[in-house]
Write a protein that binds this ligand. Structure first.
Ligand code: F6R
Length: 366
């Protein structure tokens, strides 16, 4: 059932070209500009007209929500707040007319997320779900939604569910932008074309698994890791750190790269591995100077870079290249090497990657 892979997690990482494609199937067609999410069709106007979106989720789903924040704000110019479901549910959250709540959950059974939905409902919010399990409690509790089609995720560490969530949120944000008129026809077409190319770009990253394994081997000794990114790659840094923590039990933290100066830089020495999300997008120059700051303090840098970048390889210890894509879609390719890195580090440390200690696949108690 592991299809020849040693672990479910590895199988699920390698399934991503397909699970991303499945999450777009029938929904996107670049050649004639088709973009439609069946479950949201009759709600698209309300989504586009909303003054504020509140995204709730936990763990990896919350990270997908943070990516969604950038997407909705940049493309559809809608104000977004992303909340941990567990915090949201115990406040007295302000929900106004025309606010929309989007609940994200792979399992559809997470207790805190379900409770957050019930609370938002009681305050009259319209609630969309982005769930992977059909007919799950969260899917049933929401007013409308779009399923991720990642297929069953068995490994406790979420991988293909994350990229499927980001894919669906991207489609929702583009659809809202189109309906609102905040996206140019050209950018719209370009995004759809680039979306269709994502599965093969993810495949190209997967083909670097051997190289990533070698890097993982070098860092198996580490007791700490820092992950840094900016913009859409900031949530990817958080996700990379979470993946490493949960399956290898190495302490890891993700930060927005510019926050480093405000404290975490004190941790940098020659034993500290720092993973930079350093793809060529609008924050590239800023990331380059953040890398310099870490190298000046002898940190050991692994950089995720865009193919063909010739500058960063001269500055850092290791690079992993990912194909160039539209800036809004970068998380879908940049997260892949981080999943593989944490997988190989955990395997080399002899961890039970599919069932890490203390963790359950679905957290049905608060
Ligand atoms: C991380 C992980 C957890 C889940 C979280 C939410 O790899 O698996 O952090 O993301 O428990 O679960 P769902 O998405 O099922 O609500």
């Amino acid at each position: 059932e592991k299809g020849g892979y040693e672990h479910f997690m590895l199988k699920e990482i390698f399934e991503q070209p397909r699970s991303i494609a499945d999450s777009m199937r029938g929904r996107v067609r670049a050649d004639d500009g088709h973009l439609q999410l069946g479950g949201l069709r009759s709600y698209l106007d309300r989504l586009a007209a909303s003054k504020r979106i509140v995204i709730v989720g936990c763990g990896t789903s919350w990270h997908a929500g943070l990516v969604g924040e950038y997407l909705f704000e940049e493309l559809a110019r809608i104000n977004v707040e992303v909340e941990y479901a567990s915090e949201f549910r115990y406040r007295n959250p302000i929900i106004k007319e025309n606010d929309i709540v989007i609940a994200i959950s792979q399992s559809g059974e997470t207790a805190d997320t379900l409770a957050a939905i019930e609370l938002a409902k009681s305050k009259g919010a319209l609630i969309f779900g982005v769930c992977n399990v059909v007919g799950s409690s969260i899917a049933r509790a929401t007013d409308a939604g779009a399923y991720t089609h990642a297929g069953p995720e068995i490994g406790v560490a979420s991988t293909k569910a994350f990229t499927a969530q980001v894919t669906v949120l991207t489609l929702m944000a583009i659809a809202a932008a189109k309906s609102k008129g905040t996206i140019s026809e050209e950018d719209y077409r370009q995004l759809l074309i680039e979306l269709e190319n994502i599965p093969s770009k993810v495949q190209q990253v997967l083909e670097k698994a051997e190289k990533i394994k070698e890097i993982a081997y070098i860092f198996t000794y580490a007791r700490n890791f820092i992950y840094l990114g900016r913009g859409l790659n900031f949530p990817v840094a958080l996700e990379g750190a979470l993946k490493l923590k949960e399956i290898s039990y190495i302490h890891a933290e993700g930060y927005p790269a510019a926050e480093m100066k405000h404290g975490p830089i004190a941790l940098i020495d020659e034993d500290m591995p720092v993973v930079f999300l350093a793809t060529k997008d609008s924050s590239y120059d800023k990331i380059v100077s953040n890398i310099q700051e870490v190298k000046a303090r002898k940190g050991r840098v692994i950089a995720i870079i865009t193919e063909g970048d010739t500058l960063i390889p001269t500055m850092v210890d290791f690079v992993i290249e990912v194909p160039k894509t539209h800036e809004m879609l970068v998380p879908l390719v940049s997260v892949i090497p981080l999943q593989l890195l944490s997988y190989y580090v955990a395997v080399m440390r002899g961890r039970n990657v599919d069932q890490p200690r203390n963790l359950a696949k679905s957290v049905t108690v608060e």
